[in-house]
Ligand binder design. Structure first.
Ligand code: F6R
Length: 248
């Protein structure tokens, strides 16, 4: 892992948005698609804000971009304001020229009987497009990336998972109480994430300092799934002062 420490999440977000925009343009010039793995939550909001600004003010086009979101609650209806589908449209997709057919977000409304095959198909679709060129990540206090909670395997693929209690506690405010937070989710696997050619993880604020110390400085363990990024060849953690405060 390569660490970049920045003074603020705003500063870090601009750097990351610039990298994504440069990749999109590079692929445009090569007349190929750009396959992006995207995250939701508070961490990437300013990255999306900057990408929208670049689209509006600098003509950055998303016409060649295909996206795969990391995860979605299960069960979850698209129209629900707590859905990651809603989040992505609100923060990015509604404001840029991405083709609707190029947007992939795990569908929280598939029948439970179809879920297993649905996840396999999601994984296959990523592969069939040549894999993820870039994966954007946040990190949960459990050490999850996507919703790969403690216990997740190194080579796990897209699948349904039971959310950790701490993850549900952290999501409770936006659901107006923990009882409303879904118990499950669909997530890309650790293997899916690690297959990306480039990974950037965003860490903002002191609440992430402890898990980031474990992730970066302690041994690789399924108990902190983000540690699986340690031996990925092209991963950068972009951290603000609070998030990097426990690092030696
Ligand atoms: C979201 C995701 C999660 C979040 C993590 C951090 O798609 O996959 O791993 O990145 O829970 O959430 P925030 O950014 O809200 O602190």
């Amino acid at each position: 892992i390569h660490n970049v420490c920045v003074n603020s999440s705003s500063e870090g977000s601009l750097i990351v948005a610039k990298e994504i925009a440069d990749l999109i343009k590079e692929k445009q010039n090569a007349k190929t698609r750009c396959v992006l793995g995207l995250a939701t939550g508070s961490s990437p909001i300013k990255v999306y804000e900057e990408l929208v600004r670049m689209h509006k003010e600098e003509n950055l086009s998303f016409a060649n971009v295909v996206t795969f979101n990391l995860d979605e609650y299960y069960p979850m209806d698209k129209n629900n304001m707590q859905s990651y589908f809603y989040f992505m449209h609100e923060h990015l997709f509604n404001h840029v020229d991405i083709l609707p057919e190029n947007i992939n977000i795990p569908d929280g409304s598939v029948n439970s009987e179809d879920l297993y095959q649905y996840c396999i198909d999601y994984e296959m679709k990523i592969k069939s497009l040549g894999g993820l060129d870039f994966q954007l990540l946040g990190i949960g206090r459990t050490g999850h990336i996507g919703f790969n909670e403690p216990g997740s395997h190194l080579n796990s693929g897209t699948r349904s998972i039971t959310l950790d209690h701490i993850t549900r506690v952290d999501a409770a405010p936006s659901f107006l109480g923990i009882d409303n937070v879904p118990r499950k989710a669909i997530t890309m696997g650790v293997g899916t994430v690690r297959s990306a050619k480039r990974i950037v993880l965003l860490g903002w604020g002191i609440s992430k300092a402890d898990v980031l110390k474990k992730t970066i400085e302690e041994e690789i363990t399924s108990q902190v799934p983000a540690t699986y990024l340690q031996n990925h060849k092209n991963t950068t953690f972009v951290l603000d002062i609070g998030a990097s405060s426990e690092l030696t």
